[in-house]
Design a protein around this ligand. Structure first.
Ligand code: MN
Length: 204
């Protein structure tokens, strides 16, 4: 595995990330407005990860935005709702079409309520992900090698998870239902940004 680390944007004429993209974000915390976006991790499933670190709150990143808003590639997330809201809020773009491994897991693994990334990676791929750096401080100017590996891990298995989950959704005749949920995700993210984060608008 190679980890590439970039500052504030991808390089000009960047061509290492073709095809569908696994994406994750690291922030200062879970409050969209208070806790700024620090890092975006991307992989195209080739075993390498590309990390864009945002320093000095600079979110003007035309090369990254171009890649993420390409409508011809699928963007794979685990709990896309949060990442989509974060990317929309800080970068001002939509990343579609989307595949969310958490929603997929909820729809085809009804035998369990363990749908965290570490749980499903262990159960479906038999890979143990290290959880240690999850609560680490992503706001430092220099992020450690350990943090980089942790951040990369969050995107390295999403393609394999998508494959396994998709097979199960097809088996259970729920792929279309999953896809409809994925299509609603940008709207769900917008509701989060615009003040309905704690409200289920579908509830009675
Ligand atoms: Mn992560």
């Amino acid at each position: 595995m190679t980890i590439y680390l970039y500052e504030n944007d991808l390089p000009e004429n960047f061509s290492l990330l073709t095809g569908d993209l696994a994406i994750d974000t690291e922030t200062m915390g879970l409050n969209l407005y208070r806790d700024r976006l620090c890092l975006i991790q991307i992989s195209n499933g080739d075993g390498n990860a590309h990390l864009v670190q945002f320093k000095d709150k600079l979110y003007d990143c035309p090369n990254l935005k171009k890649l993420l808003s390409d409508p011809t590639t699928e963007k794979i997330f685990h709990f896309a709702r949060f990442d989509l809201a974060c990317i929309k809020y800080y970068l001002g773009i939509d990343c579609t079409p989307v595949f969310c491994t958490k929603i997929a897991s909820r729809l085809c693994r009804t035998n369990t309520d363990r749908h965290g990334l570490r749980n499903i990676t262990k159960e479906l791929l038999n890979v143990d992900l290290d959880k240690q750096q999850q609560c680490s401080d992503w706001g430092d100017a220099e992020i450690s090698k350990q943090q980089q590996v942790y951040a990369a891990d969050d995107v390295l298995y999403l393609h394999a998870l998508r494959k396994t989950l998709k097979d199960r959704l097809i088996r259970d005749n729920r792929l279309e239902l999953a896809q409809s949920c994925f299509e609603f995700l940008p709207t769900r993210a917008r509701l989060d940004i615009e003040g309905w984060i704690d409200t289920d608008i579908f509830i009675h």
